[in-house]
Structures are given as C-alpha cells and as structure tokens.
Design a protein around this ligand. Structure first.
Ligand code: HPA
Length: 281
C-alpha cells in the first residue's frame, strides 16, 4: 500500500478514487466535517447515532478489524447539527498491518471533507494520580512504536515531506473540551500519551521508563492517526479513557477484558463529553 515511487503513487491516487467513489455512492455524497475514531469499548456512540453504516470489509482498500470488541464499520450521522463520520473500531499496527495501511482511513476522511478529527482510545495510567475511568485530553504524544506512517514517497497534494509537529493536539480544541467538561461538571485530566506497538502490555520497567520520559498514559494506537491527520492539516483532539493502572512491580495482572470493562464504565461520561464538543465546534 505504501507509495514507494511515481507509478505506485499513481496507484495510490486510483485507490483513493475507488474508495471515495464507493463511499459517495453508499452515502449519497454525505460530506462530513467532523471525524471520530472510536477506541476499545467506546463504540457505542456509533450505535446510537447511525444513519448509514458501511462495514470495512465492503470498502475498497480498507482492512478488516480482527480484535474482539472492535466492530469495524464506518458510520455516518448528523449529530447536534454537525455532519460526522465515525470509525467504529480501528485497525492496529500490532495486527500486522503497515503504518500506511492503518492510517489510510484518515486520508479518506480528509478527502471526504473532514476538518476536525477526534481520536479516542483506552489507555493505561502512567501518571500515578490518574485512576481508572478518568478521561484524559491528550496534550502531546511520544511515538515509541518504532515506525512512522509517513515513511515512503511523499504525496505533496496531502502534506509536506517533513511536517511540523509542534501542535498536533490543537490548543483551541483542548480549551473547548475543557469548557465542555466544566459545563458538564466533569473532571478531565490532561497529559502526554505514549504509544507502544503492542500487543504485549508493558513491563513495570517500561512503565517506569515512560514515566521518566514524560508520559502520563500509554496505549497501542492513536499516534499513527494523529501524525497523518496533522500532516493533512486536520485539527486533532485526542481523548484517552484511562482503563487501568499501568503495570508496576508486584501489581495486579492486566487483561484486555479489564480494559473493556472499565471503558464500558466510563463510556457515558465519554459520550457526554464528545457530544458536547461536537455541539460546540
Ligand atoms: N498499556 C498499553 N495499552 C493499553 C493499556 C496499557 O496499560 N491499557 C489500554 N490499552
């Protein structure tokens, strides 16, 4: 999928044309202005607000989701007066897909007209003051995945070869989300999200390292999508749902079930915040 040289770049253009044509036909030319990528256990928003749904399996050049609890469909809806496209379930690097493949839907959203992308995930707490079911607004990230989705020939129609990364998570959106949270009488945290490739959770030593280098939360997603969205000049808001205390010496064992269980507990709060942000955008 990566466009290594001109001929392949041309191929990529055709791929995108295929995808957009298919989606346009299915949605009757729906033009979303807001995109949301819903993380583990947070997909309910797409069930509640679903006007048109297309399974990733049907969409040309999309990859299927293989993780239990991830649905794998693109959902279109008008929410609080705004046209929104939601990814209910995302593909992960740890499933064996390339960085370019997992971020293809972000480029598709850009082509569909999305200007603001809300990235959500479940994350482990690295910051010792965070507790499960807290919501954290992502202020910045650390890419510890060992790769970058922009590796390969650059498509200058989409963005620059060496994109600036000074303010991926837009201050104006963080401010807006904090205002929404305050109106809802909801506490939100702020912090730096560190992404590892996964699929194994971190060792206590790796969490100590993450804390030492300035991370507040840790996960296995979001960063590739944020890099591509920033590259394509989209405004990004990131929200982590803290699903567990990250591993510590002698601490409790961590399971995917626990992550899903906690995000389920936090999802009402999460939904309220996202709905309020959509309304205020
Ligand atoms: N580590 C990595 N990814 C995660 C975690 C964690 O503790 N919790 C949810 N996703």
């Amino acid at each position: 999928m990566s466009c290594g040289f001109f001929m392949r770049k041309k191929g990529c253009v055709y791929m995108m044309e295929d995808t957009i044509k298919f989606i346009d036909e299915k949605t009757n030319g729906f033009k979303p202005e807001i995109g949301i990528i819903l993380g583990s256990g947070l997909g309910e928003l797409a069930d509640e607000y679903c006007e048109i749904a297309i399974s990733y399996n049907e969409i040309p050049h999309f990859i299927k989701s293989t993780v239990a609890g991830h649905k794998g469909r693109l959902v279109f809806a008008e929410i609080n007066g705004k046209k929104v496209v939601m990814m209910q379930g995302r593909n992960h690097f740890y499933e064996g897909h390339s960085m370019q493949e997992i971020t293809y839907p972000v480029k598709v959203m850009k082509k569909l007209g999305v200007k603001t992308l809300i990235l959500t995930n479940a994350a482990g707490a690295v910051n010792k003051t965070f507790v499960p079911a807290d919501l954290m607004l992502i202020t910045d990230h650390i890419n510890n995945m060992g790769s970058n989705p922009l590796i390969g020939a650059n498509d200058s129609d989409l963005g620059e070869r060496f994109p600036d990364m000074t303010e991926i998570y837009k201050h104006k959106l963080i401010k807006l989300a904090k205002k929404c949270a305050k109106k809802l009488d909801m506490d939100v945290r702020e912090g730096v999200y560190l992404a590892n490739s996964g699929p194994s959770y971190e060792t206590p030593a790796e969490i100590h390292f993450a804390r030492t280098i300035g991370a507040d939360a840790v996960g296995m997603s979001t960063v590739p999508e944020a890099i591509v969205a920033n590259y394509c000049s989209m405004d990004v808001l990131g929200i982590s749902c803290i699903s567990n205390a990250a591993s510590s010496p002698g601490g409790e064992k961590l399971s995917h079930e626990e992550v899903i269980e906690t995000t389920n507990k936090a999802r009402e709060k999460f939904k309220k915040l996202v709905l309020s942000v959509i309304k205020s955008l």
